[in-house]
Ligand binder design. Structure first.
Ligand code: 6PG
Ligand code: SF4
Length: 612
């Protein structure tokens, strides 16, 4: 950790930060030595042989070729997750040329170092492909390393937004932590059918009250154009994190795509990357920049905005790549002192465009700094500490990019509140513990009267089994659905977001329902109390495999417990239920991921295939 913690920082935030630094000292020390050594070698391009270098610029135009062959200018590596499948990534198709132009104007060059795969969790939700989703994060990290392994770059810019893509890019980038790194967002699609309206139509469809035509119309009005989906799920939580951790330009996250301001921000991001290389005087390697304070700022931002539960996995895995050891206790202890400042779907009716218009990231950062909950003395791509991130970008009269101080007052108290009068005094996520081990629950999306649920277990070994029981009308009364063998080793830890409509229907009919699973949920999941990421998972000897239909379970998000109310001597005699996982290990490419299922770690260590 670069420097001492000022007294203006909240005591708990300071204490958690310090204990992370102590816990991580050896691993972080080894990591910093590694990137310092990599930096010493200077711009790697100069160290490559002639043939190696010639291959790298063979296809360039004459001016880029001359620059790369002789010029002193920096070469920017672009790692892109462009594809047409993700509405959020489709705008990236045109970004490389914008970035090349900016790099040339800055006296250097830019090349697409490589592409990384990007899965749209919306397309695979509820389908077999979702069982590759979490693993795709680590595939993206591996692909990032392949791209940057050409070692002809002095800095890197990353084009990635959605769920597993930003975490995977960060993990890969940190293997090249000696390089300055800037993340370039593309922004949210404009607002369509409100997310809560969409969710209502889904429940009506689940009940057979509307047909597929009405459902398709609602979905198409909701997801209607280029840009990130407008709910506050994992993708938009990624944008929040990139900004609060200083990897975006200030205020860049939620400007809509295909606008002059968005293009100006993309150009400015490339210019910043060119200015931060070791060839100049403002060298900021990403591996040094992402220190304990930066990750604590990311976790505080997660809690303050009611961000995605997936980040209890991703932030742990990202930090490990920088030699920083995070635990779920760090998340839990920071949640206790972080006010919830945002109500954005699924935590409310607003979407991210409303959030941005009400004051957005600049307001959130201003409020959390003034409340002592963020570290200001951090490095950022903008240069200097976090104070600059209370600003927002704008186009000046001459069309150039400028920045102004963001609003000091929320533009909509129903969406965004100050730290002095938050929606709740603690963060949006809570850790649970009990006989099943540990789990995560997003409290910010659940009505207070549903924070404690005690009901008999109904056990399922797949989301399809639960959906079939719902269709057959056999899900009656109060129950806690235990959907197990959905952990990383079992089947890649899919999101079980398709269970929300049927469980939501039963909840709206007045039943007390909840979900307990070793799988995940979407960041867009809300409303139904869900204890997820149960660790250890069923396929790894976890006690969740001992539960039987009818066992009384108590999920208590107030005192942070997940209890199985079975006599201890009966519980001790239980044998784990068997499960046939073979159908999940073949088809849609899953047969290629056996090594991932064998190597993947536990949810509370980031569910990563990389050694922690
Ligand atoms: O973690 C997340 O935020 C989700 O994976 C998100 O990326 C996914 O796209 C939604 O699940 C789609 O939402 P619907 O399935 O409700 O359209
Ligand atoms: S937010 Fe989800 S559904 Fe939307 S583009 Fe990204 S991955 Fe796909």
């Amino acid at each position: 950790m670069a420097n001492a913690i000022p007294s203006s920082v909240n005591a708990r935030v300071g204490e958690v930060t310090e204990r992370i630094a102590v816990r991580s000292r050896d691993a972080r020390g080894r990591y910093l030595e590694r990137i310092a050594l990599a930096a010493e070698r200077g711009p790697s391009r100069a160290k490559l042989g002639c043939a190696n270098q010639a291959h790298g610029f063979a296809a360039c135009g004459p001016s880029d070729k001359a620059m790369l062959r002789e010029g002193p200018g920096a070469n920017l590596g672009i790692v892109t997750a462009y594809n047409d499948m993700l509405s959020a990534h489709q705008p990236y198709e045109t970004y490389p040329e914008l970035i090349r132009t900016a790099a040339r104007r800055a006296g250097g060059t830019a090349q697409v170092a490589g592409g990384v795969p990007a899965m749209c969790d919306g397309v695979t939700q509820g389908e077999a492909g979702m069982e590759l989703s979490l693993f795709s994060r680590d595939v993206i990290a591996l692909s990032t390393a392949v791209a940057l392994s050409h070692q002809t770059f002095d800095a890197a810019v990353f084009l990635g937004i959605c769920d597993k893509i930003v975490p995977g890019l960060i993990i890969g980038a940190l293997s090249f932590g000696h390089l300055p790194t800037v993340f370039i967002p593309a922004g949210p699609m404009t607002s369509g059918l409100p997310n809560d309206e969409k969710a209502k139509i889904r429940q009506l469809f689940a009940e057979g009250k509307v047909g597929r035509e009405a459902l398709m119309e609602a979905e198409s009005q909701s997801y209607h154009g280029p840009g990130t989906c407008t709910f506050y799920g994992t993708a938009n939580t990624n944008q929040m994190m990139m900004e609060i951790m200083g990897l975006h330009l200030p205020g860049a996250s939620f400007v809509n795509p295909n606008t002059p301001l968005r293009d100006a921000l993309t150009t400015a991001a490339a210019e910043r990357a060119m200015a931060m290389t070791a060839l100049g005087n403002d060298y900021v390697p990403v591996g040094r920049m992402l220190d304990e304070k930066a990750f604590v700022n990311g976790i505080v931002g997660l809690h303050a905005t009611g961000g995605s539960t997936n980040h209890t996995l991703h932030i742990v895995a990202m930090a490990a790549a920088a030699g920083i050891r995070l635990t779920w206790d760090d998340f839990s202890d920071l949640a206790d002192v972080t006010p919830l400042l945002c109500r954005v779907y699924p935590n409310g009716k607003a979407d991210v465009n409303h959030f941005h218009a009400a004051g957005g990231m600049g307001y959130v950062i201003r409020e959390l700094i003034s409340d002592g909950k963020l570290h200001r003395d951090v490095e950022t791509v903008w240069g200097g500490g976090l104070d600059a991130y209370t600003q927002e970008p704008m186009l000046l009269a001459d069309g150039t990019l400028g920045w102004r101080e963001g609003t000091a007052a929320s533009g909509d108290e129903a969406v965004l509140r100050g730290a002095g009068a938050p929606f709740q005094s603690t963060g949006g996520l809570k850790l649970l513990a009990g006989e099943l081990g540990r789990a995560v629950i997003k409290t910010s999306a659940i009505a207070p009267e549903r924070h404690i649920i005690e009901a008999p277990a109904r056990v399922f070994h797949s989301q399809e089994e639960l959906q079939a029981a719902f269709k057959a009308g056999s899900l009656t009364g109060d129950f806690i659905a235990v959907v197990r063998f959905q952990g990383p080793k079992a089947n890649g830890m899919p999101e079980l977001h398709k269970l929300m409509p049927p469980l939501g229907v039963l909840q709206d009919r007045g039943h007390k329902v909840a979900l307990v699973t070793d799988g995940r949920l979407s960041g867009a999941s809300g409303k139904v109390p869900a204890a997820i990421h149960v660790t250890p998972e069923a396929a790894d000897g976890g006690a969740i495999a001992l539960i039987r239909n009818g066992d009384m379970i108590r999920l208590d998000a107030v005192d942070g417990t997940l209890r199985v109310l079975v006599e201890p001597e009966v519980w001790a005699e239980r044998a784990p239920a068997p499960a046939n996982l073979a159908p999940s290990h073949v088809g849609v490419g899953r047969e290629l991921f056996a090594a991932f299922r064998a190597a993947v770690g536990t949810a509370d260590t980031g569910a990563s295939i990389f050694a922690v």
